[in-house]
Design a protein. Structure first.
Lengths: 303, 369
């Protein structure tokens, strides 16, 4: 037990020395490893982001630009701050009372941590699929059309019928499209009125993906979207993610190295302590990482 | 089968893992308890010494066979609670029986001898319904008054309670909640006479001087009962709102719904049954207690005229019992017991309904439809 800890420590100490020319400070090394050059404008640009939960410094000085119309994978051991980072991108961390956030996140060049940012608009543009499925205690159909109805894109119900603006047909179309995208349609098409809480865990997970897609956001944040899925459903979701990257910016947290390697264009590796250690093309990260710690993590030597 | 009865009984009283010698001690403790009860029933003067014997035996047992004696004590406590409630219920119903036999359905509708052509069209509002000296007994006006006051109380406690609960669970900051929640719970403990008194002194005076010349009214009684129920509604309603998983609310907010939309479409529907249970519970309590106090001010015993006149006043079931009991003759008391039975049924139904609704809510949140 103590042995492993000692090994890790040695790794950390020797990390900078083994892979870089001596003389560079640790900050410079870090900046070099996490600086990812890509063509085009970043969709999201994160500068010096720090998050504390009370006294717990969960995310340390993270800076990374996320290119648009691509898949960015976030990997790292449990508790390293991946979900924390993801929640910063649509300001869901604001809802955690003990959380303290410092730094800057720009969406298309606009600072989202500005005091007069419209959070509702922001979250319409930056959608999120949570780590644990959280369907609403409503019918499957109402779960999918929840967002568009709240945004006023779909009108339904008594008042809408009275005003002659009933969008039930559009709703049906939307529900079918979203459920098909999330590879759930075949399983639930005959019980759209059933309570979503009656679905299995994996079905709920896909329902939450469909619910997010239905609002048509620009950026989609996914926190382990395939963690409860069988290989076939996983493959479908992976196809979906690759497909989405044609039009959307997708950021996906995953614990599966193979999945990250398969679906993502670039990969960011977070390690214990809430640091972003390396961020680069996915191929580069998996074939020839700069950091010894990242290589050890990817090859399963420590986590 | 029969041989197994002692074994089962032993298991119930002593538990599966009882020590061998314990049976004797527990048996003695049980016997002294039964003896205490019997002496209390037949020669009350000696009950106290017998009780002392029981306590002494139990104390000795506690030292030697603690587990078994503790088990016996919990059993005794449960049995005596159930028996007491059972006896009270039986007594209430059996006491109400003679009046029911004598007056029949007339008690619940128009008194005997005053029947019109069945119970058609409108109820005769200026008939005499309650006049013990003429042997005229009908509980109809009081039942009607109870209904009116309850409806007004729900109209007061429902919306106010819902919004109060919403504020505490969704809007207030943590520090505010720390103060408000216990404060509300203290309010729930204020004796109902205080509410009744405030209602009579302050509200009634205010309404008299500013609107009408009349005295007590259903409106005031209803408002007072509603306010009395409010702390219970807020407190229980808040519990059910905060038991809605925050991940559900997060899901709604993350999709770009506003905070109000989230409350309206997620929190309230998910907690709906809990909130209605809270209202029923609060009102049920208030119907039993406060209504007596609040409606004592109205001693009239006629139907409201017109039926829905909230500024009219008459006794409710609760206040009828409270006001008439002291001066009542034998046969009036019998009728009061019928009023008690009706009240018992109303409040009992409300409380069962509230529990049923709450169970439904738990199921709903767990996803079993
Ligand atoms: N709501 C919270 N309140 C307090 N601390 C939190 C909260 N959420 C996360 N943390 C802490 O922040 C750190 C990072 O958590 P986070 O959920 O971001 O990890 P993660 O990388 O997503 O892990 P996993 O792979 O297990 O999901 C952890 O140490 C955790 O204890
Ligand atoms: Mg996580």
């Amino acid at each position: 037990m103590s042995n492993t800890a000692a090994d890790t420590e040695i790794d950390m100490d020797t990390d900078t020395e083994t892979t870089t020319t001596t003389g560079e400070s640790q900050e410079e090394v870090k900046a070099e490893w996490t600086d990812y050059d890509f063509a085009g404008q970043p969709k999201l640009s994160v500068e010096n982001l720090n998050v504390w939960y009370g006294d717990d410094h969960a995310l340390k000085d993270v800076s990374m630009d996320i290119p648009e119309e691509s898949v960015t994978a976030l990997i790292g051991p449990s508790g390293c701050g991946k979900s924390t980072y993801l929640r910063c991108l649509n300001r869901m961390n604001d809802r955690i009372k003990v959380a303290n956030i410092d730094g800057s996140v720009e969406l298309d060049g606009m600072e989202i941590y500005d005091t007069n940012t419209n959070l509702v608009e922001l979250r319409k543009r930056v959608g999120m699929v949570f780590q644990a499925p959280n369907p609403f205690p409503k019918s499957i159909r109402d779960n999918i059309s929840y967002g568009p109805r709240k945004h006023g894109d779909i009108n339904k119900g008594f008042l809408a019928r009275l005003l002659g603006q009933d969008d039930s047909d559009e709703e049906a179309e939307l529900v079918e499209r979203a459920l098909k995208q999330a590879a759930l349609w075949d399983e639930v098409s005959d019980r759209l009125d059933a309570n979503a809480l009656g679905l299995s865990g994996g079905q709920q997970q896909r329902l939450c993906i469909a619910r997010c897609l239905a609002t048509d956001p620009e950026v989609i944040l996914m926190d382990e979207p395939a963690s409860a899925l069988d290989p076939i459903a996983t493959a479908k979701i992976e196809d979906l993610i690759e497909d989405l990257a044609k039009d959307y910016t997708v950021v996906v947290v995953t614990h599966s190295m193979q999945q990250a390697a398969r679906i993502s264009d670039q990969t960011a590796v977070f390690l214990t302590g809430g640091e972003l250690v390396e961020y680069d093309d996915t191929d580069k990260i998996f074939e020839n990482p700069e950091s010894q710690r990242v290589e050890d993590y990817i090859t399963g030597k420590f986590g | 089968m029969l041989e197994r009865v002692p074994a089962t009984a032993r298991k119930t009283i002593l538990g599966d893992d009882s020590e061998d010698g314990s049976l004797l001690v527990v048996a003695i403790a049980g016997l002294t308890l039964v003896a205490t009860i019997l002496t209390f029933l037949f020669t009350p003067a000696y009950a106290l010494p017998m009780l002392a014997v029981f306590v002494a035996v139990t104390a000795v047992g506690w030292v030697t066979y603690q587990a078994e004696i503790a088990r016996l004590l919990t059993l005794v406590a449960t049995v005596s609670t159930v028996l007491t409630v059972g006896f009270i219920t039986a007594f209430l119903f059996s006491s109400a029986f003679p009046a029911f036999v004598e007056h029949g359905l007339g008690l619940l509708i128009i008194p005997e001898g005053q029947w019109f052509f069945g119970l058609d069209a409108v109820l005769p509002v200026d008939e005499s319904y309650w006049n013990p000296s003429n042997d005229v007994y009908s509980l109809l006006p009081m039942m009607w008054a109870t209904v009116i006051v309850t409806v007004i109380a729900i109209a007061v406690a429902g919306p106010l309670g819902l919004f109060g609960a919403l504020f505490i669970s969704e809007v207030a900051s943590d520090r505010m909640r720390e103060f408000i929640k216990p404060g509300v719970e203290i309010l729930a403990g204020i004796p109902s006479i205080v509410y009744g008194f405030i209602g009579f002194q302050v509200l009634n005076g205010f309404i008299q001087t500013s609107f009408l010349d009349e005295g007590a009214s259903f409106l005031i009684a209803g408002i007072v009962v509603g306010i009395m129920a409010l702390p219970t509604v807020v407190s229980v309603g808040e519990d059910s709102l905060s038991s809605v998983p925050s991940s559900m609310k997060d899901g709604s907010v993350a999709i770009g719904a506003t905070q109000w939309q989230t409350m309206k479409s997620i929190s309230i529907p998910a907690a709906f049954s809990g909130i209605s249970a809270a209202i029923i519970l609060g009102i049920g309590r208030a119907v039993g207690e406060t209504m007596a106090v609040a409606a004592i001010m109205a001693a009239g015993v006629g139907l409201a005229n017109p039926l829905f006149d909230v500024f009219d006043a008459s006794a409710t079931l609760t206040s009828l019992i409270a006001t008439q009991y002291g001066s009542a003759s034998e046969s009036t008391i019998d009728v009061l017991f019928v009023a008690g039975v009706i009240l018992f049924v109303i409040v009992g139904t409300m409380s069962v309904a509230s529990q049923y609704i709450e169970q439904q809510m738990k199921k709903k949140l767990k996803g079993q439809q």
